[in-house]
Design a protein around this ligand. Structure first.
Ligand SMILES: C[S@@+](CC[C@H](N)C(=O)[O-])C[C@H]1O[C@@H](n2cnc3c(N)ncnc32)[C@H](O)[C@@H]1O
Length: 338
């Protein structure tokens, strides 16, 4: 562990209160309806612990240490399933992916207040927490329960189940906001981006990774396939994802076939199944160009924009990436709020 890295020596209070929620997180949260600061609600025999809004009277319970907001249209159940079913934490890989997809070394984040927007299983919240930041992880699905378990050892982490389209935070709250592979899965990605931008402090940074738009033909094939898979029974789809994970382990086949049909070629079989399910089960999946994402950053008043390069490289890979041929690859930008 480095100087900034911290671990909790005990465990969180099993009755439900996260110590960080009681200590500092209440200062950050806002009512998603009226964006007013929330007040802590002292638990009584008839009311569980939680927060309430003085302005509109809405109440938000804390359930097993997780602050629960309304999550809007229900479309994230497939993510709840995948993140609670597969073990995806790979500490060394997670650290490298975090650095690549945010452009930030977590060593820089000690003592800062950081939002992991769409935290899923909490693999990147864990990386940041380990380096001494105060972390809030938010997700629409029950994946937050897994994330809370993954980060149990770290004192300064809290999780909320909430919708990115109505983020429950005061304006200009976070020093750093990152969102890896999330906003393209919401029903309104541009709106979600605006919410992320809203909660970054002036001078703070925002890093976003979204799916890259592929060639016209690849996009059409993918839309046709996903038109079928999103309607499949999850158990049947999982079988298909296993079969694709087998294909993803065959070197020659995967290099050619995955330019037409997406499947994971991660070296780890369990991650391949999870990645495949991630791609084929979710209701919303939008793809973007570099110009799209850079434009959103500019529109929201960010500068010092940097397009981040993928982790892999090589002559063929770089060529295919530049020509938008790599299905499942990203468009990735970090910027600073003016
Ligand atoms: C592909 S996963 C990425 C998770 C995590 N960032 C990671 O890379 O491991 C996308 C996550 O976005 C969450 N999500 C989708 N729509 C959301 C919304 N409107 N508000 C909050 N989270 C949302 C899903 O529940 C899911 O956990």
């Amino acid at each position: 562990m480095t100087n900034g890295q911290r671990r909790h020596t005990g465990s969180h209070d099993s009755t439900c209160e996260s110590p960080a929620l009681a200590a500092w997180a209440g200062e950050l949260f806002a009512c998603p309806n009226c964006v007013q600061r929330l007040e802590v609600r002292t638990p009584t025999t008839s009311q569980p612990s939680g927060f309430y809004c003085k302005s509109c009277g809405a109440t938000y319970p804390v359930q097993r240490g997780i602050l629960a907001f309304e999550t809007g249209e229900e479309y994230a159940a497939s993510f709840g399933r995948q993140w609670t079913r597969y073990e995806v934490i790979r500490p060394e890989e997670d650290l490298e992916v975090f650095k690549t997809k945010t452009g930030v070394d977590p060593e820089e984040l000690g003592g800062l207040t950081v939002l992991d927007a769409g935290c899923g299983s909490g693999r990147y919240s864990r990386v940041v927490a380990e380096h001494g930041a105060r972390v809030v992880g938010v997700d629409k699905s029950r994946a937050v329960e897994k994330a809370a378990a993954v980060c149990r050892a770290y004192p300064d982490v809290v999780f909320a189940r909430a919708d990115l389209l109505a983020l429950p935070f005061l304006d200009a709250t976070f020093d750093f906001v990152f969102s890896i592979g999330v906003i393209h899965h919401t029903s309104a990605p541009r709106l979600a981006f605006g919410q992320l931008a809203r909660v970054v402090k002036p001078g703070g940074r925002l890093a976003v990774w979204v799916y890259r738009r592929n060639t016209w033909m690849q996009e059409r094939i993918n839309q046709a396939l996903r038109g079928v898979t999103v309607r499949m029974d999850p158990q049947q789809l999982e079988q298909l994802c296993w079969a694709l994970a087998v294909v993803g382990g065959i070197p020659v086949v995967r290099r050619t076939l995955n330019k037409l049909v997406n499947f994971s070629s991660h070296p780890d079989f369990e991650l391949r199944v999870c990645d495949n399910f991630d791609w084929y089960a979710c209701r919303y999946q939008f793809h973007y160009t570099e110009e799209d994402l850079l434009g959103w950053f500019r529109e929201e008043g960010f500068s010092e924009l940097r397009l981040l390069k993928p982790q892999k490289s090589g002559p063929f890979y770089d060529w295919a990436y530049r020509h938008n041929l790599l299905i499942g690859s990203g468009v990735n930008v970090i910027g600073r709020k003016d």
